[in-house]
Write a protein that binds this ligand. Sequence first.
Ligand SMILES: Cc1cc2nc3c(=O)[nH]c(=O)nc-3n(C[C@H](O)[C@H](O)[C@H](O)COP(=O)(O)OP(=O)(O)OC[C@H]3O[C@@H](n4cnc5c(N)ncnc54)[C@H](O)[C@@H]3O)c2cc1C
Length: 476
Amino acid sequence: MASIDRYNPVTSEIVAELSGIVGEKYVIFGDAEKLQAWSHDEVAEERYAHMPEVAVRPATADEIAAIMQLANREMIAVTPRGAGSGLSGGAVPLAGGIVLLTGRMNKVVEIDLANMMITVEPGVVTNEINDLIRDDGLFYAGYPMSLETCYIGGNVAENAGGGKAVKYGVTGRYVTGLEVVTPTGEIVQLGGKLVKDVTGYNLIGLMVGSEGTLGIFTKITLKLMPLPTANVDLLCLFESAEQAIGAVPKIMTGSGIIPTAIEFMDRSAVRASCEYLNETIPYERAGAMLLITVDGSGAEQVEREYEAIGEMCLEAGAIEVYVADNFTTSERIWKVRRNIGEAYGIVTRYQSSEDLVVPISEIPALVTGMGRIADKYGVQIPCYGHAGDGNMHTRVVMNPDWPVEKWEKTLPVVLKELYELAKSLGGTISGEHGIGHKRKKYLPLVMAEPVIDVMRAIKKAWDPNNILNPGKIFDV
Ligand SMILES: Cc1cc2nc3c(=O)[nH]c(=O)nc-3n(C[C@H](O)[C@H](O)[C@H](O)COP(=O)(O)OP(=O)(O)OC[C@H]3O[C@@H](n4cnc5c(N)ncnc54)[C@H](O)[C@@H]3O)c2cc1C
């Protein structure tokens, strides 16, 4: 099996063959400026970037199959790419070779109202799915904070979570069918429009979250839900992060209600996003906030539920609970939440975006522990995330007074301690952003070697030449 540096270079003969498959204007070769755009995803640190040798923009599964067959014959690595919004380096072409852009495959194949299913190509922007079906009283429940830019293919590959996972779960819950081009270039159909299907191994479950290493999705069938007719957001202000986060397990286990979302934002995260957006929500008085959504099929039920949750927050020490019951106000608050990552992204490139997940009862201990680690090493660790499902995002941000060498030495130590903290609380190192190559070396911290070996064996069975997205999740 080839190692990461033993692939063959992309020659002009291979470029000509690729042009024959997808059309000359859909092959980008020899243009470093253009290719540079596909050398990284949204991971800020430059050391995770790597240039592709050539980019191709196929339009069909047949074209992708032909590319994969050529790549196997010539021993050239292929890295699939969606919108490039990933946060673990998954779409980075680590071995150079071909980066396979899925943006041209952005058609809606079918809206099947009778079965409440939609079939789309992988390059459809996630947010657009709901625009297509809203008037039919349906909705797709996936809601990553990047939904205005990311593609549904990338969501399936990462098993994306997001703001509504507390009630609706993550992407995989909605994937009933996949057309997949295998790493060796066959086109296979997995599942379809069945709500239940136990025919053989759950290969859709295997593909979902496989981070572009086991196959390229070319058609995706998603289960849709009835559109909730009532929706209210609560913005609950607390004096301290500990108080706010301490309220989360109480709401989850004591209210008898499953909220749609419970998002946590500490003051520095809200401030960064408000300054970035030139927005004013009342963060100065609060050490932290919970953004809680309740939705349902009737205004009365939703009112009963949000009042009960609001009361619980006040009992847990909230200084104020604001109610947002119209789209404009809700969207203002959610925009602040969705833009925290972007806001930090422009502050400094010396930062690391993290994605720890623990059982919900351990969230207070996780947040306290993160504060302790920040103090110990003198770094900033602002904290925000999907608290209702135990998934806390955080950025480890360099102390601005430090030389870069000190940051580079300290960051791995801080990360290891954060990951060990999550593990000690029964959690793990990624809830939704994936391992990619950013967290690869830390995987053995939370996963036993025999289990990683099983994944290696699966990878080998699907991809004997290690052609598809090599160097991700684990080394083969
Ligand atoms: C501001 C911001 C907010 C975010 N919020 C969230 C959030 O709330 N929840 C969350 O889960 N993530 C979030 N993310 C991370 C990211 O948006 C998701 O991981 C998303 O699913 C990536 O989709 P993409 O199209 O950008 O994929 P890319 O980044 O292009 O690729 C991601 C992985 O998918 C593979 N891939 C892409 N397309 C295919 C395909 N057709 N077939 C097979 N493999 C493929 C790639 O090889 C790569 O390994 C956020 C990112 C940003 C920048």
